[in-house]
Write a protein that binds this ligand. Structure first.
Ligand code: F6R
Length: 611
């Protein structure tokens, strides 16, 4: 789970690499490094910590060239220090490698290479690749062929970019697992872990598939499959605007992305539901009623925030489909031998489309004969390529490590999918039309909520930011929102927080409640509203500090709670899109007050491509 970039062309390569790494830093940021090839040979510069450290090191040097590569790391093997930072080199210093993923058999390979006289300088698994290529070249094999042959010996998963100082102008890239995309420019070519760093130079993008291998130079890109056959693939034209990925004046990407949610939700339903005809249509997913009627069960597989979206999705889909739905963590699903056959639909939910656990769960389901659908934000990502159908969440690039707009657009996608299922099952068009109308007005309600509540939530954050623990409570569709609120708070503010179904509190967590414990509850009008109120009385009776996210104008709640955050009314299945927003803002402003690194919280990375 690292960021990779390689460039060959006419530009001065150092600014290209650093600019690209800035856009990839969300993938890992414990160290960074670049390799530049010029007339003097290969220069490698690395630094521990964030990219800024590498930049200041480079500021003191006069490093130029128009061919090189860069890496930003999230450590797996070896401490996150300068010595273990990529790029890594062979004994000669000419073969240079950057890597995302894990080489599982690095130890036996390393031992073999050490016995053959290779000297290792780092604790990483990656270094083995450089020496293995060198070993092949020592016996007369040419660079590109040596890379191909070395890769055949690797086990595990990798995205690799490799250069040879003795062959300037040639970049070799190989993919088995983590993503690699190639930007086809004019008189320049560029390879990276995702499209964001490429957009400044080109919009013509080729996604490498697993097992593929690419050789780039300034004029051309050649791709080979696992059997070394030349692959012909037309580039895709990517319409994302490079500026869409910038902060646009917000202090953090996370805040910008919270504010983008009205737009992102709108973009996710636009062109897919037609109120007049009461019909839902997806470009990349089509079932006939007959195909749908064959499904006996649905499994939803996801991780983290996407898993919380999946829990809401279960409520919506089970109601629409009336067949059993299970939700699993990707990391659990793959190992629990799930009951899956051709009558099973498996839905993978993933913002990045590259999360290793989710992908592995989906692969397992596919192997067992399930139909695969993914709800995903990244066009052409691994999850989308393996699926029979895709519902893209048109959130645009999400840079903040803490997921916000990806979540609300996933909820939107589930809502649309539930309407689609109702349509396939022949439900009344009028009912579907009503449900669509409610969706259409949600973006206005998001804007209204942000406008009216953001300041108030910021003030609440100032009052509560010193708390040691938080409890989040919700029932029904709001139980996943309680989980998501707790996750958001812990990941960016490092405050311990737990999410619980409100009715479950009395079975244990109630013991935690005293005057120091803030309890954030979601209590809008759903069929279990009265029950939630009773649970909140239990909190008050124990002097807990009660912050309630409730419907606008809920006077009874204003009397019961210490603080309320009012949200506009909507129908129950859409309420989570609104009620989650105060939890995002609360986490954001608490973290801000605590001086935390909001967009790049410690120990986390945006895209978790390791198991
Ligand atoms: C939390 C967060 C993570 C991701 C999880 C899955 O804010 O972002 O929990 O939701 O790593 O990532 P995707 O959705 O890319 O599969």
């Amino acid at each position: 789970m690292c960021g990779i970039i390689g460039y060959v062309g006419n530009r001065d390569v150092v600014p290209v690499l650093i600019g690209g790494l800035k856009k990839l830093e969300y993938r890992g940021y414990d160290s960074a490094g670049i390799a530049v090839v010029n007339a003097k040979g290969v220069d490698v510069v690395r630094a521990e910590g964030k990219l800024i450290n590498l930049e200041s090191k480079l500021g003191e040097m006069q490093l130029h060239g128009n061919f090189g590569m860069g890496h930003t790391r999230w450590a797996t093997h070896g401490k996150p220090n300068e010595n273990n930072a990529h790029p890594h080199r062979d004994c000669t210093g000419q073969v240079v490698v950057i890597h995302n993923g894990i080489i599982e058999n690095f130890l036996p390979l390393k031992q073999k290479l050490q016995a053959a006289g290779h000297e290792f300088k780092t604790e990483t698994d990656t270094e083995v690749v450089a020496h293995l290529i060198e070993e092949k070249m020592n016996s007369g094999t040419k660079f590109v062929e040596a890379v191909k042959s070395a890769i055949k010996e690797l086990e595990g998963h990798y995205a690799l970019v490799i250069i040879n100082g003795a062959e300037p102008g040639t970049i070799v890239a190989a993919k088995h697992g983590p993503p690699l995309v190639i930007g086809i420019g004019e008189d320049e070519n560029i390879v990276a872990s995702d499209v964001a760093p490429l957009l400044e130079y080109t919009r013509n993008i080729i996604y490498l598939e697993d097992g593929e291998f690419a050789v780039l130079d300034q004029k051309k890109v050649e791709i080979f499959d696992g059997e070394d056959k030349l692959v012909t693939r037309e580039p895709k034209r990517i319409l994302w605007d490079a500026v869409m990925a910038e902060k646009e004046g917000y202090r953090h990407y996370m805040l910008k992305e919270i504010h983008e949610q009205a737009r992102a939700v709108r973009d996710t339903f636009t062109g897919r539901m037609f109120e007049e005809s009461g019909q839902v249509f997806f470009n990349d997913l089509q079932f006939t009623s007959e195909e749908w009627s064959k499904f006996r069960r649905v499994h939803i597989v996801a991780c983290g925030t996407s898993w919380h979206a999946a829990l809401v999705g279960k409520f919506l889909l089970e109601e629409a489909a009336r067949i059993p739905i299970e939700v699993d963590y990707g990391s659990e699903y793959r190992y629990r031998n799930p009951i899956v056959d051709e009558h099973t639909l498996v839905i993978g939910v993933t913002q990045s489309g590259e999360t290793a656990d989710t992908i592995a769960g989906m692969q397992e389901a596919k192997r067992k004969g399930a139909a695969l659908v993914t709800i995903c934000n990244v066009i052409g990502s691994a999850a989308t390529r393996m699926s029979d159908g895709v519902i893209y969440t048109n959130a645009g690039p999400e840079i903040g490590v803490a997921s916000t707009k990806a979540f609300t657009t996933q909820l939107t996608a589930f809502y649309l999918f539930s309407l689609y299922v109702r349509q396939l099952r022949g439900e009344s068009r009028d009912d579907i039309r009503f449900a669509m109308h409610e969706m259409l007005v949600i973006p206005h309600k998001i804007e209204d909520l942000l406008l009216k509540q953001e300041k108030h939530i910021e003030e609440l954050a100032h009052r509560f930011y010193k708390s040691q623990d938080f409890l989040f409570l919700g029932r029904g569709v709001h139980y996943p929102i309680a989980l998501e609120g707790a996750l958001k708070l812990k990941e960016i503010s490092y405050i311990h927080a737990e999410g619980y179904p409100a009715g479950e509190m009395k079975h244990g967590p109630i013991a935690l409640i005293d005057e120091n414990m803030p309890v954030v509850a979601i209590a809008t009008h759903t069929p279990v509203y009265e029950k939630v109120v009773s649970n909140l009385q239990e909190v008050k009776a124990r002097d807990g500090k009660l912050i309630v996210i409730c419907d606008e104008g809920d006077e009874a709640m204003k009397k019961l709670a210490d603080e309320v955050i009012e949200v506009p009314w909507t129908v129950e299945p859409l309420q989570p899109i609104l009620t989650v927003i105060p939890t995002q803002l609360l986490a954001y402003y608490i973290a801000l007050r605590r001086g935390a690194d909001i967009d790049q919280p410690r120990n986390l990375a945006k895209s978790v491509t390791v198991e």
